[in-house]
Design a protein around this ligand. Structure first.
Ligand code: GLP
Length: 240
């Protein structure tokens, strides 16, 4: 696991964009695993700028998002579908048919989850997976639990995650369930890039990097991945 610490958020985002650029330059039809939340926003801005400047192109790129809320309309302002359209997809040259996000309104969640895993496998698995980290050490929506998860599944969100994410749901109630890639799906990615900023993430980052590998801190499994880089600001790295 490689750890890099930055004094300013813009430099961190440029470093993250450099890693994306290297992957896309080496493999223009790369498969990217994407994340939502506040953490990747500046990185997506940097990627949009590089796309506009003609440095990178998404025209042959395929993407799979980590997770999506269940029982929230796709076009709700808080859906991860909307987040991705607004923060990346509508501003780069990606083809709509190459974008994949779990359908949180599927009639049969197990079927949707299995189909999602099959699509990732058919695409040749993920070349570069971007991650944030929850205050409780979750990655995607893999919440602390007694066992690590495998493929995509429907998860009941913990109170800690509901508290952390409710701030976005100002005029509707936050969903209690989500579909998420499992830790097993995430670990199959060839390269993993985790971004964490702010003091609220310091304990989760410490547990992920220095703690035991345990499903009680899902991000700790990344210690066993052969090619993972953490990009942190000083506040998130404060306990290391
Ligand atoms: C959310 C998402 C995660 C994200 C994390 C941190 O609940 N499911 O994929 O990494 O929590 O979010 P943020 O970057 O907003 O702190």
């Amino acid at each position: 696991m490689e750890i890099r610490i930055f004094t300013d958020a813009a430099a961190l985002a440029e470093a993250a964009a450099d890693i994306f650029e290297a992957t896309i330059t080496e493999k223009p039809n790369a498969v990217l695993g994407l994340a939502t939340g506040a953490s990747p926003v500046l990185t997506y801005k940097a990627l949009i700028e590089r796309c506009r400047a003609g440095i990178i192109s998404f025209k042959d790129i395929t993407t799979f998002n980590l997770d999506e809320y269940c029982d929230l309309p796709q076009n709700d302002k808080n859906s991860y579908y909307t987040f991705m359209q607004e923060n990346l997809f509508s501003q780069v040259d990606i083809l709509p048919e190459n974008i994949h996000i779990e359908n949180g309104n599927a009639d049969d969640f197990d079927k949707e989850a299995a189909a999602y895993d099959e699509k990732i496998a058919a695409a040749g698995y993920i070349d570069l997976q971007l991650l944030g980290i929850g205050n409780n050490g979750h990655i995607g929506f893999n919440e602390p639990a007694d066992t690590f998860t495998e493929g995509t599944f429907r998860v009941k969100l913990t109170e800690s995650t509901i508290r952390a994410n409710s701030r976005y749901f100002t005029d509707s109630e936050m969903p209690r369930y989500a579909l998420t890639m499992g830790t097993g799906s995430i670990m199959k990615a060839k390269k993993i890039l985790l971004i964490a900023t702010g003091a609220a993430k310091a304990e989760a980052v410490y547990n992920a990097v220095k703690g035991p590998v345990t499903p009680h801190c899902p991000a700790s499994i990344l210690q066993t991945h052969p090619d993972t880089v953490f990009l942190l600001d000083e506040a998130a790295a404060a306990l290391l």
